[in-house]
Design a binder for this molecule. Structure first.
Ligand code: NCD
Ligand code: ZN
Ligand code: ZN
Length: 337
């Protein structure tokens, strides 16, 4: 039997939603992760300290787990200035910027990326040491959207050299190249983008449970992402982008975007890293890099994974997970916290 013990696993891009859905999914992340960066794209989005504190309490209540830290984010608004952000700096781990209308619940996001319009907010964040996370896609042709956003990432990285900018859920090799050019650019990579390409989504019968934003790209993009994750690239962190939608919203004309991976993420990553002979690098991808980049100190937690298969349930509540009904080669043996 092969095993690995992961210390303080972190999911640096997680959607927990609210209400019944929050109660279904929060315990699944809290069981095996030590902390997660919680996305603010609720309806309405999290845009002030009061909403953020109340949401954090609802998460802790639903998680039912002592050693799990929800790292909270605000939904970016160009109106945020130093006076607004300064009192919140301790509670806000990052601020998430969505181009308006580009993905689920992003209608209140930013239209146009004019540096001068964004300057007051981004300078305040820079001064307060609050990282900026971005869903980096333009409104262009779907396969080119992330690549077309790279110059915007670069313009922001140069204009605000003290601001840490996280390119969220990258899918395109061009984003990895940009990482190398700017010291203040970082990235998260999901599990599903390490595993699938557009062929898996739409090459045969359409697979709604693999449909997400950004859409999975070409084999060479996946290879580049895999290489970065497996080689423990220090600017790359795991962010599942686990994005639950009820089955009726996925298996529908007008399928909602998002892949639900939280409950299977650690076993599937262990299997992937083991298959490539890189298990020793998983600790960096799953925790050490994020601790360094975000300067966080998550609650102690040890997760022991073994190469004993896990049978993935067909559903968790109303949500169909990635690999529903299939087996993954690895499973969680025990969690200590
Ligand atoms: C996410 C969601 O459902 O909230 N969906 C997705 O396809 N990734 C939003 C996001 O992260 O873009
Ligand atoms: Zn996104
Ligand atoms: Zn997301």
């Amino acid at each position: 039997m092969t095993e690995i013990i992961l210390h303080e696993p972190l999911d640096m891009h997680l959607h927990l939603r609210d209400g019944d859905m929050l109660h279904t999914v929060a315990p699944l992340s809290a069981r095996s992760f030590s902390g997660a960066l919680i996305m603010p794209n609720l309806v309405p989005p999290i845009t002030d300290g009061e909403m953020l504190r109340a949401y954090r309490r609802r998460i802790l209540d639903a998680a039912g787990e002592e050693c799990f830290e929800p790292y909270m984010t605000l939904f970016f608004k160009p109106e945020y200035d130093f006076d607004f952000l300064a009192p919140l700096a301790e509670e806000v781990t990052a601020i998430k910027l969505y181009p308006a209308g580009i993905t689920t619940n992003s209608e209140g996001g930013v239209s146009g990326f004019d540096v001068e319009t964004l300057r007051p907010a981004l300078e305040a964040m820079s001064e307060l040491g609050i990282p900026l996370c971005i869903h980096g896609e333009t409104g262009g042709f779907v396969l080119d959207r992330e690549r077309e956003f790279v110059p915007i990432y670069e313009e922001l990285a140069v204009a605000f050299p003290e601001l840490s900018i996280v390119m969220e859920h990258i899918t395109d090799a061009a984003s990895l190249e940009a990482l190398e050019r700017h010291p203040n650019l970082y990235a998260t990579i999901t599990l599903h983008h390490l595993l699938i390409t557009l062929d898996d989504v739409a090459g045969g019968m359409l697979q709604p449970h693999l449909f997400c934003k950004p859409i999975a790209k070409r084999p060479e993009d996946r290879e580049a992402l895999l290489h970065a994750a497996l080689s423990a690239h220090p600017k790359v962190m795991f962010g599942s982008d686990s994005a639950p939608h009820p089955r009726h919203a996925k298996e529908a004309p007008g399928c909602a975007a998002g892949v639900f991976t939280a409950p299977i993420a650690l076993p599937a990553l262990a299997e992937l890293f083991a298959r490539h002979g890189k298990l020793e690098n998983l600790q960096h991808f799953i925790s050490l890099n994020a601790r360094e980049i975000y300067q966080i100190d998550p609650p102690a937690k040890k997760v022991r994974l073994v190469d004993t298969p896990m049978q993935v349930p067909e559903k968790y509540g109303e949500v169909v997970p990635l690999f529903a009904g299939r087996k993954i080669g690895w499973s969680i043996a025990d969690v200590e916290c």
